[in-house]
Design a binder for this molecule. Structure first.
Ligand SMILES: Nc1nc2c(c(=O)[nH]1)N[C@H]1C(S)=C(S)[C@@H](COP(=O)(O)O)O[C@H]1N2
Ligand SMILES: [Mo]
Length: 203
């Protein structure tokens, strides 16, 4: 994790810029992974929807691929200060995947689980509004290091909320921190508010 005192000073952006404060623009799409990449076999790949749902579901790759796909264009902002504009993702809306499991009215938050053990938490409303489970990036299947075969994309939050190698969606009533949210990253992570770290680390 970058500590607050390691933040570089980024150029000031003009009003209306699509680059959030404190970010540097890059033409690349760097890989940012904590630990090693999981090995995934598409034959045994599963996406499980569980927790506060009325109908727990497990999708295999064929079942996932049969859902309605859509394309999303969005900018991507990593808390380590790079921003990549105009990224194109193809996949299935979080809302569509979740509807298969009939969420219970008591569900308010979601814990996203990944192969390899990474997790991240989101407000359910936000995930429903903009979450996309993507298999393609810039017209091509995701590279292994970018989350193949399936990653979440949550454009309005820093990149650590866009979990790679997703294998589980857990609906919960009370919020709980995911991997980075436990280790000093902000619970919400809105780049336009520069919500990089726990508020107490920024004092
Ligand atoms: N499973 C998992 N997902 C993850 C991460 C990770 O370490 N493991 N890193 C996050 C971070 S910090 C960022 S910025 C993005 C980077 O996505 P990319 O490696 O495809 O550029 O993935 C996010 N999703
Ligand atoms: Mo990141």
């Amino acid at each position: 994790m970058k500590r607050p005192d390691q933040i570089k000073t980024a150029p000031e952006q003009p009003p209306g810029s699509r680059v959030p404060p404190g970010q540097f623009l890059t033409d690349k799409f760097p890989v940012l992974t904590y630990g090693s990449e999981p090995k995934i076999d598409i034959e045994s790949w599963k996406l499980r929807i569980f927790g506060l749902v009325n109908q727990e579901k497990e999708l295999n790759w064929a079942q996932f691929s049969d859902l309605k796909w859509e394309t999303v264009d969005a900018d991507f902002h990593c808390v380590t200060q790079w921003s990549a504009l105009n990224q194109t993702w193809e996949g299935v809306a979080f809302s569509q995947v979740l509807s298969l499991a009939q969420p219970d009215a008591s569900a308010r938050f979601v814990m996203v689980h990944c192969y390899g053990g990474y997790t991240t938490n989101l407000q359910l409303d936000l995930a429903l509004e903009e979450g996309l489970f993507a298999h393609k990036h810039m017209g091509e299947p995701l590279g292994m290091s970018h989350g193949w075969p399936l990653r979440l994309v949550v454009p309005s939050r820093y990149g650590w909320k866009s979990a790679k190698w997703v294998n589980g969606i857990e609906l919960i009533a009370d919020d709980a921190p995911g991997f980075w949210e436990l280790r000093g990253y902000h619970n919400d992570g809105d780049p336009w508010k520069e919500e990089r770290f726990w508020p107490e680390l920024m004092q």
